[in-house]
Design a protein around this ligand. Structure first.
Ligand code: F6R
Length: 260
C-alpha cells in the first residue's frame, strides 16, 4: 500500500461508525441532525436539511419526533429538501414520498409547510427539466444543504442516482434500475407496478451538502457497503463518489458492516 492509500484508508476508518444495532445508529444520526438545528437556532439561522425516504431513515425520524414531542426540539427554523420522488407519482398515493414523509416525520413536528420541498411527480414530461433546475436554485438560494441524509440502494445508488450516473449530475429525471424496482415491489404489489422513472437530486447536488450521513442497516446492505466504501471509485457504484469527500460519515449497524 503506498502512502496515499494509507492516508485514504486512515481517513476512511475515521469516517465509519459501527453500532451494535440499528436503533443506536439511528439515534446517533438523529442527535447529529438535532445538533445542527440547535446550532442554527442559536444564531437565528435556518437549518437546510436534505432528507431521504425508504426503510433506513425511519428510526432517525422516529427519534427526531421523540425529541420534538418529549424534549421540545423545534423545527420552526428547518427547511427540507427531499432527495427524490417516483415519476409519475401523485402526492396522495400511499407509495409517494410525500405520503412517506408526512407519515414518518412532517405530521408529527412543527416544520412550517412552506419550508418543505419534495420533487413533484405530477409534472408534464416537458416541464420536468425546468422544475429540476428550479429545485437546484432553491437549494442554492437557501445557502446550500447543511446536511444530507442518505440511505444506499443495493444497486449502489444514492438518491436515485443509479449505476452510470455521473459525478457532475444534478437534479433530473432518471430511469430506475431493475434491482431498485425489485426492492420496491412489496410497496407496489409487484415489481411490474413500480414506476420506471424518478426525479432525483444529482451526485453533484448531494456532494455539495456541508455534511453527509450515509446510514446503512441490516445484512441486506453488507455487500454493497463493502463495494461503496472499499471498491474502486466508479459511476458503476455511484456511492463510491463519496469516498473522495471528507465531510461524510458512514453510520452502520454491525450487520451492514459485516464484510468490511
Ligand atoms: C430514498 C433514496 C434511496 C434509498 C435507498 C435505500 O429517498 O433516495 O436512495 O435511500 O434505496 O432504501 P431502503 O432504505 O428502503 O433500503
Amino acid at each position: 500500500m503506498n502512502r496515499k492509500n494509507i492516508v485514504l484508508e486512515h481517513s476512511l476508518q475515521q469516517a465509519i461508525k459501527i453500532y451494535s444495532n440499528a436503533d443506536d445508529a439511528s439515534v446517533y444520526v438523529a442527535n447529529k441532525i438535532a445538533q445542527i438545528i440547535k446550532t442554527k437556532q442559536e444564531k437565528g439561522n435556518l437549518a437546510v436539511l436534505g432528507l431521504a425516504t425508504g426503510s433506513t431513515p425511519k428510526g432517525v425520524y422516529k427519534e427526531l419526533v421523540r425529541l420534538h414531542q418529549s424534549e421540545g426540539l423545534s423545527f420552526q427554523n428547518v427547511v427540507t429538501f427531499n432527495l427524490d420522488e417516483y415519476y409519475p407519482m401523485h402526492p396522495v398515493e400511499d407509495q409517494s414520498y410525500v405520503s412517506f414523509m408526512k407519515h414518518n416525520l412532517f405530521n408529527h413536528i412543527d416544520v412550517p409547510k412552506n419550508q418543505i420541498h419534495i420533487p413533484d411527480g405530477t409534472l408534464e414530461l416537458n416541464a420536468i427539466q425546468a422544475y429540476c433546475d428550479l429545485y437546484e436554485k432553491k437549494i442554492a438560494d437557501f445557502g446550500g444543504l447543511d446536511m444530507q441524509l442518505l440511505g444506499i440502494g443495493r444497486s449502489g445508488h444514492i438518491g436515485f442516482n443509479e449505476p452510470g450516473s455521473l459525478q457532475g449530475s444534478m437534479t433530473r429525471l432518471v430511469q430506475l434500475d431493475d434491482i431498485t424496482r425489485k426492492d420496491a415491489a412489496d410497496d407496489f404489489g409487484g415489481a411490474e407496478h413500480v414506476p420506471t422513472q424518478a426525479i432525483t437530486m444529482g451526485i453533484q447536488t448531494i456532494v455539495q451538502a456541508k455534511q453527509i450521513f450515509l446510514l446503512a442497516l441490516s445484512e441486506r446492505k453488507a455487500e454493497i457497503i463493502k463495494k461503496a466504501l472499499k471498491g474502486e471509485i466508479s459511476p458503476e457504484v455511484p456511492a463510491t463518489f463519496l469516498q473522495q469527500l471528507e465531510h461524510v460519515e458512514y453510520v452502520l449497524d454491525q450487520k451492514a458492516a459485516a464484510l468490511l
